[in-house]
Design a protein around this ligand. Structure first.
Ligand code: MLT
Ligand code: MN
Ligand code: ZN
Length: 304
């Protein structure tokens, strides 16, 4: 299967429009060895023609223009995107649905009942799309039953419930239910290889660890290096853990788990603009390089 990383930044992207942090400022001035990143989204195909979009970011328009396989090719109105899968209802993962409203038929959207609830109440994008061609909702269960998507030939999907946080507008905020956040195991049925994708991960439970151990590639929450990164830069008082993201560098952080894995290729995604690992010449990036942990960038391709 071919995994294409459309957007590797966290909410806000890099640089973020109103941010003057050490990274955003230096990126604008050309004083940092790094590249801009759009907001969190990937796309996967086994046949190279039908692409499953994971998360629809506010940057989807530019992301489609950056990747010809998603562009119209067969009819006057057309897309290479055959279905949309959502990991959660966060703004950075769902706002692109509005941008995609001109689709000539209902979108096949795969998400949990908890995300569906947010999308019809706190952030009622599905209701709004009902005034266009609508949403053909396919419920993704949290019991880890594998499922397939018609047209997405050769791919088998499993949703894995994750401990994280529901969005600020969710009825489940601070009182999460299974399905507010899920990761996905995606297996290529011909090669037998699998990817584990989890852009928002607050706690690595044993069940999640097993999926990570078994994966050929883990593409995992790279939001922050330290839990207090936002307050450290004077941005806000929220810690990453309050937002449902596990930091990389602390004891019990993401790096410690990644270091314990022997099988998979390890790649960080959903990287916040404050994260020092965005600077390719930073000490933090060197720590990752030495550990064999990759930092994703927009346009990166993974074949497995
Ligand atoms: C998150 O990942 O926690 C959210 O996308 C934050 C946001 O709303 O930007
Ligand atoms: Mn996010
Ligand atoms: Zn910034």
């Amino acid at each position: 299967m071919h995994v294409h990383l459309l957007g590797t930044g966290a909410g806000g992207g890099f640089p973020q429009w109103n941010c003057n942090c050490h990274n955003c400022k230096r990126l604008r001035k050309g004083e940092i060895k790094s590249t801009p990143r759009t907001q969190s989204s990937i796309t996967i195909s086994a046949n190279g023609e039908d692409w499953v979009l994971f998360n629809a970011s506010p940057d989807i328009r530019a992301q489609i223009e950056s990747f010809p396989p998603l562009q119209p090719a067969r009819a006057v109105r057309d897309t290479g995107i055959c279905a949309i899968v959502l990991c959660d209802a966060q703004i950075d993962h769902t706002t692109g649905l509005i941008i995609l409203r001109e689709h000539d038929k209902p979108w096949d959207v795969y998400c949990t009942a908890a995300v569906h609830e947010d999308m019809t109440t706190g952030y009622p994008i599905f209701n709004i799309l009902g005034h266009f061609r609508g949403v053909n909702w396919h419920e993704v269960t949290t019991d880890q039953t594998a499922f397939t998507i018609p047209k997405a030939d050769g791919l088998v999907f499993t949703a894995v419930p994750l401990k994280s946080e529901a969005p600020p507008f969710s009825p489940h905020r601070h009182n999460t239910v299974p399905g507010d956040n899920v990761g996905f195991r995606v297996e290529d049925s011909s090669s037998g290889k699998n990817l584990f994708y989890a852009p928002g991960l607050g706690v690595i439970e044993d069940r999640v660890l097993e999926y990570m151990q078994d994966a050929d590639v883990v593409l995992i929450d790279g939001t922050v290096w330290t839990n207090d990164e936002m307050s450290r830069y004077g941005i806000n008082e929220k810690t990453a853990s309050e937002m449902g993201h596990l930091d990389q560098s602390s004891k019990g952080g993401i790096m410690e788990t990644l270091n314990s894995l022997s099988k998979p290729r390890k790649i960080l995604i959903h990287i916040n603009n404050t994260n020092p690992i965005l600077d390719e010449e930073s000490d933090e990036r060197k720590v990752l390089n030495d550990a064999g942990i990759e930092v994703s960038h927009d346009g990166m391709d993974i074949h497995l």
